[in-house]
Write a protein that binds this ligand. Structure first.
Ligand code: FAD
Length: 406
């Protein structure tokens, strides 16, 4: 009798995409092994926005309760002019978002989200997680795939039905699927987290950022701030043009670039830019979403490995979460053909990712605009009612995973 194809799912990367995928497969009854290159999952990173399309999935996977005590539910997204600080427009969040999109809009520290996912993974008997383990290669065998893993300089192998490559924007495993490369976008995210009680935190409170996501817009720059860590800290991210640098989430870059970009901003915002040593720089890389994400033999790229995008729509983590959930649903729905399941998943995801990426490009164009384009943007934001601005986001935040079997 022929041996049954293994049902084991092998995942490379314990970031947001890999951990969500692990849980999504496990709740559907698949045994899962996750291999993470880092020895320890440290507190690297800063804030993330989690829109309702993502929190809906986290709730379904049982992760949301573990996140709620550290995450913040902001009242609104408020757009302001970086120079005059005048409010240009707002999208109501808080209870209004939860009512409208049937799930909360949250802000959190990336480490808190990863921690909540990890806590859930640890409780799931069907998932084994190994750290300090780098997935190196994959080869086909008659009943699935054999994956090579390097741990402390030694190579071992494990086999399974498929490899989910969730190894991030600087993915090495992408080469198993396509020859696409990540590229520096020309933009740098300057990041800083301040305590709400610090001088910087209090100066931001004085200009009324309060419990909202506030985006300060200026030609060639935007600066976003929102509360994290149960409101005890504020995440601040400024996006400017910048120089290519090492592939890192927290590098150093000449603070003059930030100060120059903020030279026409209001004094409070300029003041933030003076504290040179407090900022870390993250060179934003993207992956053109037109290359393949799956192979018929059973490799699927998800999250940033597949389609890293600029953060203008604040959807990087949300798309990773959507990917993990929908991939598991598709694989379960076609037990007769993994190749067909992966092809159907890729087709469905491509439409959504393309639309989100287009929205990000539009935001970049309008948020960083100068002159007449900025004037037209400000006029539209001023005359459009907040509810109307929310309606324009229904397709994004109201999205629900297509009805797939649990
Ligand atoms: C350290 C870090 C800090 C970040 N900080 C922020 C932030 O502050 N704000 C923000 O918006 N986004 C941040 N991001 C990016 C954000 O997490 C992603 O854009 C989004 O969540 C998509 O996640 P992902 O799981 O696809 O990739 P990632 O979150 O990048 O996770 C990829 C994981 O794969 C692991 N890995 C890589 N290669 C291998 C391999 N061969 N084998 C096994 N494991 C491998 C990496 O160590 C990493 O843990 C950060 C990412 C990282 C890794």
């Amino acid at each position: 009798m022929a041996e049954a194809r293994s049902r084991q799912i092998i995942i490379a990367g314990a970031g947001i995409a890999g951990l969500t995928a692990a849980l999504a497969f496990a709740v559907r009854g698949y045994p899962v092994r996750v291999f993470e290159r880092a020895q320890r999952l440290d507190e690297v990173g800063a804030g993330l926005q989690l829109s309702p399309n993502a929190t809906r999935i986290l709730d379904r996977l049982g992760v949301l309760p573990g996140l709620r005590h550290t995450a913040v539910r902001p009242d609104a997204v408020v757009m302001r002019d970086a120079s005059s600080l005048a409010e240009l427009g707002r999208v109501p969040l808080g209870a209004a978002a939860e009512w409208r999109w049937k799930a909360p809009y949250l802000t959190c520290h990336r480490a808190d989200l990863q921690g909540a996912l990890l806590a859930h993974v640890a409780r799931e008997p069907g998932i084994q997680l190994a750290t300090g383990a780098t997935v190196r290669d994959v080869s086909p065998h008659p009943l699935g795939l054999t994956v090579s893993i390097e741990t402390a300089g030694r190579i071992s192998q494990t086999s399974g039905t498929m490899l989910v490559a969730a190894d991030g924007v600087w993915s090495d495993l992408r080469r198993l699927v396509s020859d696409a490369k990540s590229r520096f976008s020309g933009q740098v995210a300057w990041r800083r987290t301040v305590r709400a009680e610090s001088v910087a935190g209090r100066s931001l409170a004085q200009i009324g950022v309060g419990g909202a996501v506030t985006a300060f817009l200026a030609p060639g720059l935007h600066l976003i701030t929102y509360p994290v860590r149960a409101g005890s800290a504020l995440n601040i991210v400024a996006i400017t043009t910048g120089k290519a640098m090492d592939q890192t989430w927290s590098g150093a870059m000449d603070g003059k670039i930030l100060r120059q970009a903020m030279k026409n901003a209001a004094p409070t915002l300029q003041g933030l830019a003076q504290d040179d040593g407090e900022w870390t720089a993250w060179p934003i890389h993207t992956v053109a979403p037109d290359a393949r994400w799956t192979t018929p033999g059973g490799v699927a790229l998800i999250g940033d490995a597949a389609h890293a995008m600029t953060p203008y729509a604040a959807q990087g983590a949300a798309m990773a979460i959507e990917d993990g959930e929908t991939l598991a649903g598709h694989v379960l729905s076609r037990p007769d053909s993994l190749a067909a399941a992966l092809a159907a998943w890729e087709k469905e995801r491509r439409q959504r990712i393309d639309r989100v990426a287009r929205r990000g490009s539009l935001n970049r164009f309008t948020w960083h605009a100068a002159g007449p384009v900025a004037a037209a943007r400000n006029f539209i934001l001023r005359v459009r009612k907040p509810e109307r601005l929310a309606t324009g986001l229904d397709w994004l935040y109201g999205w629900t995973p297509p009805a797939l079997k649990l």
